[in-house]
Each structure stands twice: as structure tokens, then as C-alpha cells.
Design a protein around this ligand. Sequence first.
Ligand code: 3H9
Length: 693
Amino acid sequence: MSSTVTITRQDGIAVVTIDNPPVNAVGQAVRQGLWDAVPVLEEDASVQAVVLACAGRTFIAGADIREFDGGSMQPWLPDLVERIHASSKPWIAALHGTVLGGGLETALGCHCRIADSRTKVGLPEVALGILPGAGGTQRAPRLTGAAAAVQLVTTGAPISAAQAMEVGLVDRLSDDLTADAMTFARDVAGKPVPRLDPAPAQTDLTADDWDKLRAEVAKKARGQISPVRAFDSVRNAFTMDLADGMKAEREIFLELKETDQSKALRHAFFAERAVGKPAALKSGTPRDIAQLAVIGGGLMGSGIATAAISAGYPTTIVEQSAEAAQAAQDRVAGNLASAVKRGKITEATRDATLALLTTTDDFNAVATADLIIEAVFEETDVKRAVFDKLAATARPDAILATNTSYIDPTSFTAQVPNPERIMGLHFFSPAHIMRLVEVVKTPDTHPDVLATGFVMAKKMRKVAVLSGICDGFIGNRILGAYGRMAGYLLEDGASAAQIDGAMKAFGMPMGPFEMFDMAGLQIGYANRKREAATRDPNRRYSRIPDLIVEDGATGQKTGRGFYRYEAGNRAALPSPETDALIAAERAAQGITPRDFTDAQIVAMLHAVQVNEAAMILAEGVAERPLDIDVVKMMGYGYPRWRGGPMQQADAYGTAQVLATMQAIADADPASWQVAPLLREVGVQNSPFAARNK
Ligand code: 3H9
């Protein structure tokens, strides 16, 4: 018997305990331990019933995802679940924590289930690009019926213990799990073992209904295949007996496990956890933050403050006038009200959260703060003025952070004593919803200060990624290359609708031009005017976005940008005026419009992002390719099932990405240069993933 699985006996009840921290994943050692336990308990005449429980914070949270790339290691989980189910003695699963994937499937193989009332149960496999492969798609429908099973399996979203009880996945709820599981075992000991009916499950759904449901699942999945294939497997439960359904499920599981999508989603899972452990943080010890201050209560500042108080930090917003302070207070209250409306928090939580907020026009309020986040207008001089005041008012040991999204923090903080306490905390808008934070390290930032930023972000349920200094940091710098290429493609003959359509088919939630229109064209316009003097005159400059703004159109808010918008409607419609303007500009530049295929558009827009990312890596602005992937997935809507641009480059083959980039650079060497690192990996067609260590 393995050390991760132990058996104790008490008055005819055996308790099998799994102890495999941190989340009791059912890896090979656990499977082997349980596999060996079954016959031991079968043959032990003193045992009348078996409780299956887990030590630590949770029941089994799933199969061990780290084993997926190592080939199947016997015993397989589906066989183990069958073996438990075939036992002549009742097995009672005692559930607590997060009972997910293979964990729930193991519990479904047991004959009875009792759950601590705070338990969450779910089948999240589709989020890893696979489907529940140990009977989940066959046993769950037989217990819950079609609707709940489709929901559980195709969304992957967990449900509460009470909901699990309601749909039939759990038999009893408990507030004293250890004792109540023993009682349950005694209640069923010696009685006929309850078993699942292996006949096809019953449903009123017609073939037409199933087809419609499938179409809905596919639409929501936006290119991701696992929810659709998982749906197919659930449907099998209503036409096949258990054994055939299991066989079909296994086939789909093995098919999905090998797809690029599943590899990308597994990469995303581990990358999101690895970004929290950059090398630069190894020597850092986070400081305690009892009081936070945010300078500026606009959209960004009030979003950050909302996230801060929601994480339990007492927070003061400092504004320039009493009216602006009140407006900030109202904005935060509005953010929380909409969280109540969406069912995310209760009214009581809203009130308790809002009680942590103070707003003021008195700058001296920052004097008591342990960490101060500047979130004022994106202008070097405006930010410098704030840091002048902070130098005089904040405690000398208070951590000072700036939310700048482009500007080098050292360009406006040089006058501040103790520069080791300064960092960037680049939140994304809306800051109380978007999960990404770039933690920006200046040459002086102390590791303790960075570690504090990471801990604070985690408490806010955000994902922090370390970035060095460069124009736009990791995310916006890559966005710059993407936007520039999109602009050239437009000028060269592709339409905004074609480019956006191609990128949406690739899996982006919106295309670049819809994104520009939504953000508003005036900000980019102002930036370009400001940078005009320092721009490389040899680099191609597409005037189209400037001409659109100068024609009075600044995007969605004004009803016209790259597209036309009807009042109160965000749907992007063709704009004959903008189209005429683009055609005139092409003619003025002597450009004969060319045709591009969607595949070319996608490949080119991908290659320039990877090329920029390769420079970012070589400069040390990002530590690892996975940091870049997480930034793009969490901050820019890059489809998780593609795993980010670097993972996608590996899936295409870096040689292919290099070839695309080389062609772009050859066609316009003044505007594009192949990054040496992309050349290095591409020549050998070696994956970026090898640099994730
Ligand atoms: C499956 O079950 C397939 C089946 O159908 C069978 C087919 C045959 N494996 O997230 P955290 C690690 S697929 C390996 O930071 P939290 C994680 O990497 C699986 N490792 O904690 C991290 O390691 P590190 C279906 C795992 O409290 C540490 O545990 N199940 C696994 O915020 C702590 O994790 C899922 O998809 C795993 N399954 O959240 C559940 N899970 O410290 C995936 C976690 O080295 N897991 N680790 O960075 C989760 O959703 C969350 O981890 C959980 C805890 C909610 C459990």
C-alpha cells in the first residue's frame, strides 16, 4: 500500500484516507494505493462499509494534470472507479473542499456521497481542453438528468454542495463530516449496495432539442472544441449503456488530450500559477499592508480602490477637490452596486466593503498609508507633480506605486527619496474586473516591494506578472506591434471587417479595429502627435487613423470610427465615409489594394507579436515566454485554448513563425526587423517553451 493512501478500521467501518498535498490529485501513487485497498477491504470480513475521505484542505481536486504529458500510467482512473463501484461493500465518499474532475468521478464511483455544506463540486475538464474521462459524462447524467449534466460538463463551472444535493449528485449534507460520514456508513452497512442503473439514461429531449443544444454549446465555445465533444459524450449517456458510453468517453478523452488546444489550456493552467514565482521574487519578503491610498479617483483609480476594498484593504482615495472625491466615492459605490446586481456579492457584503473606503481632497491623508498607488492622468508632468508631493508627505518607508501604462516610472520619480520602494502596478481597465496586473520593476525596486505587490494582487484575486521597464511594458508594447501591422494590412488592401473577422475566427473576442473604436481613437491620436518629433522617419506611418479622427470620428462613442454605430448599439456596421477615406488615402499613397487571405492576416498579426515578444525576452523585460502568454491571455483576450502567442508559436512551429516574420521584414525592412531570439529559436525550430524554466 502506498503512503498516500491509508486504511483505518473502527466498529466494522473502514476509513480509506488519501493524503497527497496540496490538493489530493489522484496521481499514480494514489490510484495504486486505492487499487490495492479495494481487494484488501473486500477480503476483510470485519469491514461492512468503507468511507473514502481525504486529509488536508480538500477531497480529490482531480487527476494529476502533470502526468498528462507522460503517457498513461496504470492503473487508469476509469478502471479504478469501476473497481470501487464493483465492490460488494458500500463505499461512502466524504466530500469537502473542491471536489473536481477525477475527484468527483471517483466520488460518483462510490455508492453514496456525503458533503460538507461548504463543498464545491464540478467537472472542470473542458477548461483543460479535455472531458471528464473517468465516467463523469456517463455517471453524472444518470444521476442528474440531461439539463444539469450538460451544464456541469460543458461549462466546467463548479456548483455548491446544496445545488449538488438538489440535482442528485450528493445524498447528504453535513456540518460535521467525519462523524456524519461514519453514521452514513453504519446506516448502509449490511444492506444491498445501491448501484447506478447501467441502462441508457432517460430524457424527454428530442434529437432536434439535442442538436439545438449542441449548436448553443458550440457558439459559446468560440472555437474551443472540448465543450462540444464533452456534450457529445453526455448525449451518449442517453443512447448507450454504461459500458459502451464509458468506452466512447475514453476514446474522446484520448483524442482531446493530444490536441494543441488541450496542450495550450494545460500550459495556461500552469503558466498562471508560475507567473507568481519569478526568479526576481525569490529573495523578497512581502510587507504587511494595513492601509492603502490611491491618488486619483477617475475610472482607473476608483476601479483599483474597488478591487482593494473588496480584498479587505482599508483604502483612501485622494482627489483634487471635494466634488471629485465625491464622484470617486459614487464610482466605487456604483461598481459594488453592479456586483450586487450580477449576483457576485450580497448587499451586506457591499455595505461592509464600502465601509473600508474613505475619499478626501486632503493630500495629507496619504501620510498613514503603507502603500500608495498613483492613478492620475497619463502625463509625465502630472505624475511627477504627484510624486513631488508624495516625497514630502508619504512615510519614508511607504511603498509607492504608479499605474502608468506606458511611461518609464523613473522619468517622474527621480526626486523621491528611497527609490527602492517604488514600483509600477499596471492595472487593466476596468480595474475591479480585469484580472491582470503588471508589476513593474525599476532598476532600484527592492524584492520585498515586488513581493508585496504580488501578495496584494493575489489578495485582490488578480494575476500578477513581473515586467521590466520599456515603452508599454509587456502587454501594450506587443499590442503596439499588433496594431501597427493591422494598420498596414488595412492600408494595403484588407478591410477592417476582414481583419477583425479573421482575428475573431482565430478566437479573439474582438478584432483590432473594433477594439480601437471601442477604446476611442482620440487617445492614440494624441499619443502619436506627441511622439511625432521622435518617430523614426524611415518607418512606415499609416495616416488612416489620424485622418479618421481629423474627419470628426473618434470611435464608438461618436457613432463613427473605423465602423459606423447606431445610437445605443455596439454592433459595428460598415461606414461608407470611412471606407471612402481609406480608399482615397490608398490612392494618395500610390498603393494598389491587394488581396489577403484570412490565414495570411492571422499569421502576420501573430508573427509580429511573437517578434516583439522575443525582443522583450532578450531585453529581460519579461523573464519567461510564459509571462508573456499570461499577459496576453489575462489582459488582452488572447484565447486560453491557444495558450498565448508564444505557446501558439510553438504549436505552429517557430520555424514557420520565423519564415512569416522574415517575409514581413524583407518586404519592408525599414519598419520591421527580425528579432535575434526569434531567429535563434526559429532556425532550429525549437520551442519557446524550453525557455520557461
Ligand atoms: C481530470 O480530473 C481528468 C479526469 O477526468 C480523469 C481522466 C482520466 N494536478 O490552484 P492552486 C497544483 S483533469 C496537478 O494554486 P487554489 C497547482 O499547480 C483535472 N497539480 O490552489 C499548485 O501547484 P504549485 C480536473 C494541481 O487553492 C497547487 O496545486 N481538475 C492540480 O487556488 C495549488 O493550486 C481541475 O481542473 C491538479 N489537478 O485552488 C482542478 N490542481 O503550488 C484544477 C492543483 O506548485 N485545480 N494543482 O503552483 C484547481 O482548480 C485549483 O488548483 C483548486 C485549488 C481549486 C483545486
